[in-house]
Ligand binder design. Structure first.
Ligand SMILES: Cc1cc2nc3c(=O)[nH]c(=O)nc-3n(C[C@H](O)[C@H](O)[C@H](O)COP(=O)(O)OP(=O)(O)OC[C@H]3O[C@@H](n4cnc5c(N)ncnc54)[C@H](O)[C@@H]3O)c2cc1C
Length: 317
């Protein structure tokens, strides 16, 4: 990239050049960002985006629990909203919680439980940030983010501050297009905060126990201690038999459990999870995913859709 980042004005956040991204993803793979910006707050983010020439690509990364950063790294600026400021969670009233985009879903679930707000406990099953949850309409245990979402605050690529609410036509939720593990949320908007509504008030001890039960079940059924990106493929939409609507069953039936490419492996514990066994490259993981897709297509005729985001440049050999 030709752009000289040193020509930008000084910001309160940190700007790191040629920054490794692997440490910021669950898979622990991927190349360098031309630049990594860690804004201090919304004003700092907006000022940075206004000053950055419009032709420099901007990519936002949460905690990288749903993302493969390719080995060739990412062109332009990667933005992460992490650290104390961006992790803030606070009650707005007896049923509504405000969370900044870098807050972990688990932290929001635990906070709501402590405050005695029911209906947000499902977030404890998602190991990402709430900013990332908007993009993927993250969900589990029969609930999705859209079911509890009240308002989204963001900053556009132009630096303009934006608020999405149900009643706003131009930037209304209908336009965001939430569906199963997918949204049409505009690519050029960085989510900075969310208002989330619970269902009712409840006994905090019961809500905490519900979260602990979710955590225990996860640990039993998913390779959560491995370097992984969660479910690799979305469950296929109906029509189809029940077994054709479950990605893991299709992958298992195609004989892919334990399959390897380089340092990447289909998890033995949950075969819709790919894992980095230690020395995988992003190319290994992506190639393994494509091999699984091809085998499932051949075996069952179902073309699986990647749920994991794959971003950045393929490394030239
Ligand atoms: C063990 C494991 C279990 C999982 N289980 C589930 C599950 O049950 N349900 C589920 O839905 N997911 C699950 N996931 C996937 C993942 O946790 C979710 O998709 C999560 O919402 C991703 O959040 P993140 O912060 O890690 O996002 P990232 O992976 O960093 O990014 C994902 C996408 O969100 C965008 N993004 C991130 N932050 C922002 C922001 N502030 N503004 C705008 N866009 C942003 C990124 O550009 C990217 O397109 C699991 C993952 C793992 C590793």
């Amino acid at each position: 990239m030709d752009f000289d980042f040193e020509t930008l004005p000084k910001f309160r956040g940190k700007l790191l050049l040629n920054a490794p991204l692997a440490p910021y993803t669950w898979f622990r793979v991927g190349g360098l960002a031309d630049a990594l910006f860690l804004p201090a707050d919304e004003d700092d983010l907006a000022d940075f985006l206004k000053a950055l020439p419009a032709d420099i690509p901007v990519t936002v990364l949460g905690v990288g629990s749903n993302t493969i950063v390719r080995d060739g790294g990412i062109e332009g600026v990667v933005i992460r909203l992490m650290g104390g400021y961006w992790g803030k969670v606070e009650a707005q009233n007896s049923l509504t919680v405000f969370a900044r985009a870098g807050a972990l879903d688990l932290s929001v679930a635990r906070y709501a439980a402590r405050e005695g707000i029911s209906g947000l406990g499902f977030l404890s099953g998602i190991p990402g940030s709430v900013g990332g949850a908007v993009r993927t309409n993250a969900g589990c245990y029969g609930r999705e983010l859209k079911d509890v979402l009240n308002q989204i605050e963001g900053v556009a690529r132009s630096g303009e501050r934006i608020v999405f609410q149900g009643e706003l036509v131009d930037y209304g939720f209908a336009q965001v297009g939430f569906s199963y593990r997918h949204t049409d949320f505009p690519d050029d908007i960085i989510v900075t905060g969310l208002l989330l509504s619970g269902d009712d008030t409840a006994d905090p001890e019961i809500l905490k126990a519900e979260i602990e039960a979710h955590q225990t079940k996860r640990a039993e059924t998913q390779p959560i201690k491995d370097k992984t990106g969660g479910s690799t493929f979305a469950n296929p939409d109906p029509p189809g038999t029940p077994s054709q609507r479950s990605s893991w069953k299709l992958i298992d039936a195609a004989g892919c459990r334990g399959l390897r490419v380089g340092g990447a492996q289909v998890s033995e514990k949950h075969c819709n999870f790919l894992i980095n066994t230690g020395d995988a490259t992003a190319a290994d993981i992506e190639a393994l995913g494509e091999l699984v897709r091809a085998r499932v297509l051949e075996h069952s005729g179902v073309d699986l859709r990647w749920e994991i985001r794959r971003i950045g440049r393929i490394q030239k050999s």
